[in-house]
Design a protein around this ligand. Sequence first.
Ligand code: SF4
Ligand code: SF4
Length: 176
Amino acid sequence: MNLYQDIKAIVQAYWVTLRNMLRRPVTIQYPEQKRVPFERYRARIVLTRDPDGGERCVACYLCSAACPVDCISMQAAEDENGRRYAAWFRINFTRCIFCGMCTEACPTRAIQMTADYEICRRDSLSLVYEKEDLLIDGPGKEPDYNFYRHAGIGVVSPRGGNEDEKPPADVKSLLP
Ligand code: SF4
Ligand code: SF4
């Protein structure tokens, strides 16, 4: 019985070798030849805009909290409508492992991954991308989504002025 299994294992191993010898090579002459990645390939990260051209990121820090290697940092600010945005936003691509956790955590579809895998550099500091390097002019993979059309805060009405929205708490009234 053992002899039969040994022979079977040897035949299977030779079969795998033979099958792969007849396959076309999978290597290509990069960078002269470029491979087209799959549509959902996870590479360079971008910050997108909503269909009206506004920045989608509301500086909620969720992507930063979800990132397992802690490579996203930012500073939140508020505009005159009470709308939050990232005063600065930074991703250190030398640490990023392209896991996609940040994109899954983002409630506004602001942070998205693209298929651009050509971000290797000799100078590692140039892989620290600032907001101006990350922010693109378009909506990316979610062309119609606008977070503030759902949340409504401070865009068409002041805080607390939208349908089903409670007035903001007076924080001073919460003091002991
Ligand atoms: S893809 Fe993963 S490692 Fe890279 S920034 Fe997002 S959460 Fe962090
Ligand atoms: S990119 Fe998304 S998850 Fe990250 S801070 Fe902006 S809105 Fe929040």
